[in-house]
Design a protein around this ligand. Sequence first.
Ligand code: E4P
Length: 213
Amino acid sequence: MKLFLDTANLDDIKKYAAQGLVDGVTTNPSLVAKEGVDFKKRVIEITKVVKGPVSAEVTSEDAKEMIKQGKDIAKWAKNVYVKLPMTPDGLVACQTLSKEGIRVNMTLIFSAAQALLAAKAGAAFVSPFIGRIDDMGQSGMELVEEIVQIYNNYGFETEILVASVRSPRQVALSAMLGADICTMPAAIYDKLVKHPLTDKGLEAFAADAKKFK
Ligand code: E4P
């Protein structure tokens, strides 16, 4: 399973990309706004740090305008994926852009039916927001399981990009279910490597190593 960072913070992207295991980046308008930077400039900066897919979202909700923005965004770098919202207009734009060879990430996915539509529209990625589903008292992982089954049933090539991830356990569960990609904030990426027993074990080994003759 590929691991993406879900952030527009360039320092975090550089830090974790340097460890060699970051396969891509997802951004959204809220993440870019948080950084207080120019959208286009920041996306281009990210594409230079990470060779894999970098998702950048359109701001329009109208199909024609989404197509126009999507075509523009796709020219910013070879590894840019255009993020479109799961709406009727988004699905129209997804079909047009995908037919032209532009890779689309259909975002704000909260049901298996939406994921089915995204795949039929030719999306390269589909992004179920599992944390926001859990926040409502439902199960985000169950949605991932349903999408995996549907895509397997029909051989859809759309990759399942698990988003809105809140814990390392959700990353592991996504991998167990066979999701293609998991995107997470830097704080969660950081926690993937950590375990208190690893720290405790290392401490004991280091102390014993000092007793070597
Ligand atoms: C993914 O592409 C989204 O940017 C993101 O995962 C949303 O996460 P949130 O629910 O924590 O805002």
